[in-house]
Write a protein that binds this ligand. Structure first.
Ligand SMILES: [Zn+2]
Length: 192
């Protein structure tokens, strides 16, 4: 599980972090190497994955309903399912109170033997809500624009870089596989 640091209040355009140190999460944008806030809200820093996000101070309740596109972080992967902590719903950041589930049948149009080939804990993913059946938020990453947007090396935790259809670690040379999006590696906060 990820650890979180203290929350810091930010205004639009205010510098939050630098891209050498953090991944730009929901509610942020990148300008000249700096990660800046898109909105009035609080910084939430995920120390484990070096992810920084801005959550709005207030606003209307947001709920991941059928058809919503979410950005989330994989918290658990099993052979046939993965559990996702939802970080934003239709580009509106939510402070982690929603979780979703992906089944192996809705993760990729290619054959996937095990969920570990598609998503792993810590990965940031973009997914669509396909149902709220039985009180659970069911997600799909079928399609070119859905899937892992940022993955981390299982050996050393470094961000993985795309090398054609696979992912590589520039620190320890580890090679990994995921169901990635066409725009893998771009800023997570800039997916809208
Ligand atoms: Zn590595």
């Amino acid at each position: 599980m990820s650890k979180r640091k203290k929350e810091v209040f930010k205004t639009p355009g205010e510098k939050v972090a630098v891209i050498e140190e953090f991944v730009a999460g929901p509610g942020t944008f990148i300008e000249e190497g700096d990660i800046r806030s898109k909105t009035v809200g609080y910084t939430i820093t995920d120390v484990h994955n070096k992810l920084v996000s801005i959550y709005p101070r207030s606003g209307t309740p947001i709920f991941p309903r059928k058809g919503s596109v979410i950005v989330g972080q994989v918290v658990n992967t099993q052979d046939k399912t993965a559990i996702i902590r939802i970080l934003s719903v239709d580009n509106r950041p939510v402070p982690g109170q929603f979780t979703g589930i992906i089944h192996i049948s809705t993760v990729s149009s290619n054959y996937v033997r095990s969920m570990y080939e598609a998503v792993r804990p810590g990965d940031l993913i973009k997914a669509k809500v396909i149902s709220n059946r039985n009180g659970a938020t069911h997600l799909s990453t079928l399609g070119r624009n859905l899937g892992v947007v940022q993955a981390f090396c299982i050996r050393c935790g470094n961000r993985l870089t795309r090398r054609g259809r696979i992912l590589g670690c520039q620190v320890c040379s580890n090679i990994e596989e995921r169901k990635i999006t066409v725009d893998y590696g771009k800023e997570v906060g800039g997916l809208d």
